[in-house]
Design a protein around this ligand. Sequence first.
Ligand SMILES: O=P(O)(O)OC[C@H]1O[C@H](OP(=O)(O)OP(=O)(O)O)[C@H](O)[C@@H]1O
Ligand code: HPA
Ligand SMILES: [Mg+2]
Length: 175
Amino acid sequence: MGFVTDSILINEEQLKGKVKEIGLQIRHDFQDEPIVLIVVLKGAFVFASDLIRVIDGKVTIDFVVASSYGNQTETTGKVRLLKDIEVNITDENVVIVEDIIDSGLTLSFLKEHFQLHKPKSMKVCTLLDKPDRRKVDLKADYAGFVIPDQFIVGYGIDYAERYRNLPYIATVKEV
Ligand SMILES: O=P(O)(O)OC[C@H]1O[C@H](OP(=O)(O)OP(=O)(O)O)[C@H](O)[C@@H]1O
Ligand code: HPA
Ligand SMILES: [Mg+2]
């Protein structure tokens, strides 16, 4: 028993087009203002590396490492913050960069955590949004693709630490 990749849900070309769209939208919304992008590792590392190259102007980047899935396809319900930010976000415009919002638990934990630093503004940007499995009420300010209730991998996103290197988003199936 295990999981293998099944079919391609979002291909490379679709990803590229959407990432550009989101990047341009973010820059348009903030105009010349500086922004701090906080990338949620590990999953968002591929998305973020493409996204930052289509947002021009004053951008600072920092990372957090948050984990709640481990080797399973359901959230454990417990978000562990394995690495915190290092830059100062007080009075800054923060954009949190996520690969996927599923139950919403990771982002709701992180939003509350960052709010303690009193940023000037805080927005959420996610490549994928899976609204069917929400456990907390949470909406992204920038969302790339709304996806159905299926476990997906690729473009940075894993199942049990595998498949992050796929250049596309694929569904997985149990075999
Ligand atoms: O909305 P949620 O149900 O909280 O799910 C979303 C989070 O889960 C995944 O992280 P994971 O815990 O797998 O860590 P990883 O990024 O290191 O793979 C994903 O990368 C998001 O950060
Ligand atoms: O569908 C998913 N795939 C991989 N990791 C995830 N973390 C939340 N949802 C998912
Ligand atoms: Mg994961």
